[in-house]
Design a protein around this ligand. Structure first.
Ligand code: NAD
Length: 358
């Protein structure tokens, strides 16, 4: 076998139905008596239910978490941390709230307990993306990785089918970002490779079921299992073109995160295909209805998920395509196929117009 380096992520994971009841014990385990609860304005109710579970023993609630973790919101939250003398943060929600928890934790050293309610997988990564002055910058530091993650399937039941689909595909993007890099990157390792294929399969099978029947606890738990392991994949290796593109479109053009990942994924897969034949073969097996073509297999799943396929549906203007391509090729992430301006323009144009990947 080829030599490799494997760094195990050291977070504590509690997985199951009703696991939220273990929150008081987990807070105590951190020696915390004044946790600060974090949520978006849309999930204040969930934050309030945590306050109930903790018998009101909290420092306070900060409910202004925002997509793409703007630094001005983080600043406001930090002032609240100081004011309330919080000694830990508990984030309940998707990647946006967890991002805020990470931003606070890395700046203050406070322990961070995550309670994810989407399938985005941020809770398992040592990565933080923050937006300042219209630019999203990503950094990785082992200290960013949340110490404890409580997965409770019950909390995902309210996630609308459409968001389940896009945040699940976002998770697939994390894992499939890995095999692209696994075959060429210096830090490839076979453990994460196995996980990546396992979780893409779990999500590819469970997400269409959730869209058909959002009340299926079985499919929800399988998707959450997939999201967990996808986050592990993302946290274990470097990122490539797919993430660079999505960060550019999200940070500089305010495109919604999960939906953008969903739209971009087949285009990047098709772009990289000539340079990653073995990955394409593996994915063609994992995507059940691929007929031997991974991009087709992914498209079949996206059709079943009834997701939007064009960035123009989110207000992206065709005249911004050139600028987005230029931004994408500046400071490029490592990628198995070199990233040139002309094909990037065409890729982004197709993604904007919702044309098939090729
Ligand atoms: P999100 O956190 O932005 O959530 C979208 C909306 O859905 C919010 O209003 C939220 O309150 C609501 N919501 C969440 N769970 C719900 C539920 N169960 N029921 C009803 N409503 C619910 O969405 P996301 O896709 O989870 O996260 C996107 C953000 O996460 C982006 O900013 C992205 O950059 C970041 N992210 C980071 C990483 C990382 O490793 N650093 C990984 C994935 C995503």
């Amino acid at each position: 076998m080829q030599p490799f380096l494997y760094n195990a992520a050291a977070s504590r994971v509690i997985f199951g139905k009703g696991t939220i009841s273990q929150l008081p014990a987990e807070v105590a385990r951190q020696n915390s008596v004044r946790p600060l609860l974090l949520s978006t304005p849309q999930q204040v109710k969930e934050a309030e239910s945590l306050r109930g579970i903790l018998d009101g023993n909290i420092a306070g609630m900060f409910t202004e978490a925002t997509m793409h973790t703007p630094t001005e919101i983080t600043q406001k939250a930090l002032e609240y941390v100081k004011l309330t003398q919080a000694d830990s943060v508990v984030s309940i929600g998707g990647g946006s709230t967890i991002g805020l928890g990470k931003a606070i934790s890395i700046r203050t050293g406070l322990p961070h307990i995550c309670i994810p309610t989407t399938y985005a997988g941020s809770e398992m990564t040592p990565i933080l993306g923050e937006t300042a002055d219209g630019e999203k910058k990503t950094r990785s530091d082992p200290k960013i990785l949340p110490g404890t993650v409580i997965y409770d399937h019950n909390l995902t039941m309210t996630l609308p089918a459409s968001m389940s689909a896009t945040s699940g595909v976002n998770a697939i993007a994390h894992a499939s970002g890995f095999p692209l890099e696994a075959l060429y990157a210096r830090d490839k390792n076979p453990i994460i490779s196995l996980l990546a294929l396992e979780v893409i399969k779990a999500l590819a099978e469970s997400l269409p079921v959730i869209v058909q029947d959002p009340s299926s606890l079985d499919a929800r738990s399988k998707a959450q299992y997939g999201a967990w392991l996808c986050g592990l994949c993302l946290g274990s290796v470097g990122m490539a073109l797919h993430h660079k593109l999505c960060h550019t479109l999200g940070g500089s053009y305010n495109m919604p995160h999960a939906e953008t990942h969903t739209i971009i994924l087949p285009h990047v897969l098709a772009y990289n295909a000539p340079n990653i034949p073995e990955v394409m073969e593996q994915l063609a097996i994992v995507f059940a209805e691929s007929n031997g073509d991974a991009v087709h297999g992914l498209n079949v799943i996206l059709t079943k998920l009834q997701v939007k396929r064009g960035l123009k549906e989110f207000g992206f203007k065709e005249e911004d395509v050139d600028g987005a391509a230029k931004r994408t090729i500046s400071n490029p992430y490592w990628n198995p196929r070199s990233v040139e301006e002309a094909p990037m323009k065409e890729l982004i144009r197709r993604a904007v117009m919702g044309e098939p990947a090729k």
